[in-house]
Design a protein around this ligand. Structure first.
Ligand SMILES: [Zn+2]
Length: 716
């Protein structure tokens, strides 16, 4: 993708130079204009690019549909008919025929974790089989062996839920692999980490340090010696002591992570997190013209457990946000955790939990801490982005919002309430009455799914579970609403907003109806789902950003995406499988599916039922495929069930599931049903269930001469 990006960039530069230096009159200008108008001031504006013959859904209510757009200097020059944009075309204009394709604004992801995604994913040890201790150790061993110059090993994704005694893995196991370099492995829930002795030593955590409040270190039984599992704010102490990757080391990983977002049409992200290293790494990319997204980081306040600064430094860093501002990075936000999660009873509820009689839980910190912080930031015009799940927490935070708005009526800051799992209708009314309040919802927990039931139905009980995420009510009450993927806290292993759009519309797990619906009364229309992931997000960010992007309107940034289907015409249960064909960010093509596919050295192996001698029932057949990659570069492997139609789905998608590998480590979360894989050394295993008569296994390794070799295919 780098090569493509550079080419487009050069092309754009060339066009700009031509436009600037060209002394010729625009050819199509009527002669009369030459005589009566001064040529310099009135020269016809020539577009850099035009996109014609599309079904362009603008999300601009004044002109909801258009046929074509013209782009100049990264902005939309004209939005209208083919004839309108043709009037802006000159010799240098790149003309793209859309052939009736559906186009919409770029996705604005209001709540995601691209930075953690780097540390715990492609930049660190990503545990491929989170519930298998042997596989976890194999992953760590391999990563350590392949990265001898790292001065810290970050990573994670291990499974809480019985794999280790008391969910408390032992430091000694890690010490054997990495005795001299600190190791920090985050659990799937994000509230625990497994560390080695070196990490504890650097943080000064030994048997003289007691647990205080949420600074928790597990101990060997009968002693005070820390055993290697740290909880909640205990993680902050460890992270403080570890060297993060330097910004220049972090930048290339961030670029890979952002590419994942570009593939799903995301052109603006609010990272619900922000540290100095991350911001400087992103700024390096921007300086080199390689940051293909806008970032609105909400900087880590005292409740962020993965922050790399201590309390005093964190507060100074947030107040100093202007030093880190660039054209594309706007960090005038602060992330505050109001509470934790319902499953761990670390949220404040108005009524007791269903599985813990008499217990209403609590917020993360004393009310007065939140009050002081929110008033402080609002007085300075810094937007607070507050993580709120419990209805009790929401009510208390809205109390503070009311006071903040009354005290500082002219503040430019937004009072943002994020997630809103159980915020009730009364409190939504109070939120709606505020001038500066906005809200976002993250859909992962809003659909039926056994794992989500554990998180929500068990602690809340059936009735309250069917009241979660009142999205429709929030919109109807006039609250400005945006949506966030919360990736990589996500049901799908990609920042795929289309998956979640479908969830908002059906309130059931996309791709299946077997898990039932969750609060179906609050289902919204496809148009509202699109709006929340585009213009709604830009509005919720505040600061007038919705005048700059979020819809397809003349004068706004040319952030738009071309899709393989018309979201407003297809059955709603097909929205999740939407593929982005092209992502345009500030007029530049930052993702092109066709080019991405054609650039690959693809090896295909066709497996049909005829090949499977003993196949009894193809619908239930499990296969194991062992494949070896050449190493280096970015590899992917997957299966395409559409064989026979002559179509090859994009290499990164498997019935909506995704698998990718990189030379640096890789990420794969188990999709709903079809694929599972694990690696052993440089060999990758893939296993799936054949659903149709035939399937194609594909795999690619983009390095020439290092094509993937599939070693064997066998029945399980
Ligand atoms: Zn989050």
């Amino acid at each position: 993708m780098r090569a493509t990006t550079v080419n487009v960039h050069l092309l754009t530069t060339a066009i700009l130079l031509l436009t600037a230096c060209g002394s010729e009159e625009p050819r199509e200008q009527p002669p009369a204009a030459k005589v009566t108008e001064p040529a310099v001031a009135e020269a016809r504006e020539i577009a850099d690019a035009v996109y014609r013959n599309g079904r362009i859904y603008t999300v601009n209510e004044a002109q909801l549909w258009a046929e074509a757009v013209a782009i100049k200097d990264g902005k939309l020059l004209v939005v209208g008919s083919n004839a309108d944009v043709d009037a802006t075309a000159g010799e240098s204009t790149r003309v793209v025929e859309l052939g009736g394709k559906f186009v919409m604004p770029g996705i604005v992801d209001m709540h995601a974790h691209p930075f953690t995604g780097v540390d715990m994913g492609i930049g660190g040890v990503n545990l491929t089989a989170p519930g298998d201790p042997e596989a976890i150790l194999a992953d760590i061993r391999q990563f350590v062996a392949e990265h001898p110059d790292r001065d810290v090993f970050l990573g994670g994704n291990w499974n809480i839920g019985g794999m280790f005694v008391n969910d408390s893995p032992d430091k000694k196991v890690l010490d054997e692999i990495a005795p001299d370099v600190p190791v920090f492995l985050l659990s799937q829930s994000g509230h625990s980490a497994w560390v080695n002795s070196k990490a504890l030593e650097l943080a000064g955590v030994d048997d003289t340090v007691d647990n205080v409040g949420s600074y928790i270190f597990d101990r060997y039984e009968g002693t005070n010696e820390p055993s290697g599992t740290v909880r909640d704010n205990g993680m902050v102490l460890i992270m403080n002591a570890l060297h993060y990757l330097a910004p220049e080391d972090f930048a290339p990983f961030l670029e890979m992570e952002i590419e994942r977002y570009s593939r799903y049409g995301v052109t603006a992200i609010q990272p619900a997190e922000g540290s100095i290293t991350w911001l400087l790494g992103a700024a390096l990319l921007e300086q080199e013209g390689r940051l293909d997204v806008r970032l609105f980081p909400a900087l880590d306040w005292l409740t962020s457990q993965l922050r790399a600064l201590d309390d005093e430094e964190s507060l100074a860093f947030i107040d100093d946000w202007k030093s880190y501002q660039t054209e594309l990075i706007r960090p005038h936000y602060v992330k505050i955790f109001g509470d934790g999660g319902a499953d761990s009873h670390t949220v404040l509820m108005k009524e007791p939990f269903a599985d813990s009689p008499g217990n209403v839980g609590s917020m993360f910190r004393p009310f007065e801490d939140y009050r002081e912080a929110i008033l402080h930031y609002h007085s300075k015009g810094i937007t607070v982005h507050v993580h709120v799940l419990g209805d009790g927490t929401a009510a208390r935070i809205i109390d503070i919002f009311e006071e903040a708005e009354a005290t500082y009526p002219d503040s430019e800051g937004v009072l943002h309430l994020s997630h809103n799992q159980s915020t009730d209708h009364e409190d939504l009314d109070r939120l709606a009455a505020l001038k500066k309040a906005t809200a976002s919802f993250s859909p992962m927990l809003a659909v039926g799914h056994p794992q989500m039931d554990l998180f929500l139905k068990t602690p809340l009980g059936e009735e309250r579970h069917q009241q979660v995420f009142p999205v429709k009510a929030a919109i109807e009450k006039g609250i400005t609403v945006g949506f966030g993927s919360d990736f990589p806290s996500s049901l799908v292993p990609e920042p795929n907003s289309f998956f979640y759009m479908e969830g908002w519309v059906t309130r059931q797990m996309p791709g299946t109806d077997e898990y039932g619906t969750v609060n179906a009364d609050q289902a919204i229309g496809v148009d509202q789902a699109i709006r929340g992931f585009t213009l709604g997000g830009a509005e919720a960010l505040g600061a007038g950003y919705s005048d700059q992007f979020g819809s397809i309107e003349a004068g706004k940034s040319a952030d738009l995406i071309v899709l393989d289907r018309n979201l407003l015409e297809i059955p709603v249960t097909e929205i999740h499988a939407t593929k982005v064909e092209r992502t345009v960010f500030r007029g530049k093509v930052v993702f092109d599916r066709v080019e991405a596919i054609e650039a690959l050295d693809v090896v295909e192996i066709q497996i049909t039922n005829a090949d499977l001698d003993n196949a009894v029932d193809a619908a239930d057949l499990d296969l194991l495929v062992e494949a070896e990659f050449g190493g280096g570069g970015r590899n992917s492997i997957g299966i395409d069930h559409t064989v026979g139609a002559g179509a090859r789905s994009a290499p990164d998608e498997v019935n909506g599931a995704f698998a990718s590998l990189s030379g640096q480590g890789y990420r794969f979360a188990r999709p709903a049903r079809s694929v599972y894989w694990k690696n052993t050394g440089s060999t990758y295993w893939i296993q799936w269930t054949v659903k149709d008569d035939a399937a194609v296994l594909w795999a690619y390794d983009p390095e020439p001469g290092k094509a993937v070799q599939v070693l064997r295919v066998k029945e399980k």
